[in-house]
Design a binder for this molecule. Sequence first.
Ligand code: 1DF
Ligand code: MN
Length: 360
Amino acid sequence: MDDTFPPTAVPAPRTGGGAGYLRIATEEAFATPELIRIWLGMVGDYDDPGFRSLWGFYGTSTAERPRFVLESLQDLGEKRLAAMDAAGVDRQVISLTSPGVQVLDADLAVAQAALANDRLAEACARHPGRFSGLTAVAPHDPKRAAAEIERGKNRLGLHGVIINSHTRGEYLDDPKFWDIFEAAQALDAPIYLHPNTPPKSMIGPLLEAGLDGAIWGFAVETGTHLLRLITGGVLDRFPRLKIVVGHLGEALPFWMYRLDYMHAATVRAGRYERMKPVELKPSEYLRRNVWVTTSGMPWAPAIMFCREVLGPDRVLYAMDYPYEYLADEVRWQDDLPLTVAEKKRFFQANAEELFGLPGT
Ligand code: 1DF
Ligand code: MN
């Protein structure tokens, strides 16, 4: 396996559709230099050990991968395009990397989200055939977040919303955030619920063992967030909400039977005041409201399993550049045991339909 980066092996080329499909990568990250500067000024004393762990590492490590990540996040031009060409990615759906503006005070967060969205929209306008983007918001100002979702879609030409999971330890099942869902549903804008490090109240044993980040803590935190939306009745209130989750659904597809069984048993027993009856089984919300991407999970058995239990329309290709950047991972997904038509769905058509991307 080629584990250097940028990849040195000659990979599959940019397809241009030659293989029968374009490759659209759907969880691709960027950051403004302004936001990175703000974060790096916060890592010393911000009261969130997960944030300090993550951005302390990327901000200060001299190792090769974090240096590559920090530099590549800030490029929305030639370097990114060259990386896409080298790995055979035709289009990136780009979003503001975690935790975005969600760690900033609300007014600064709103301003930095707008700046990031302007920059991203400009880059997409410069490279309309290669880049599409999602709208970043400050969830802790839900009214202005809703307005930014509208601006992102109708004025900036962005294709959905990025929310980097918890906002200062708070989760979106709290009705105070629901202006965001109202706007997203009304505008048919998918919300990409991207991982964040676990909040202070959750992180203890994970951080102690070095498991707070992408290896596991992200999935625990973000899978929990999605489950809270499901069990908290958010998807009854917003039945047409579209939620996109990376890393093959942050483990929830594997748990579908157990979630359904234990949810029903727990509700029936009246064990928790907060866990009220909802209209569907957890697995039914996953099949109705949720799409998953293969970011960081280029593993055929897991991908095929998700296609089987969620349906082939709900599993989309993603790379997670620049955190994950291996040309081999593209080739492994080219080699999935699927027909060309099925691979077109996986690599291209599902993303075009879900995000409303420009056709070919
Ligand atoms: C990492 C992974 C960082 C993912 C990310 O954003 C991220 C990482 C800060 O490896 O530290 O988006 N990821 O989605 O797997
Ligand atoms: Mn990611």
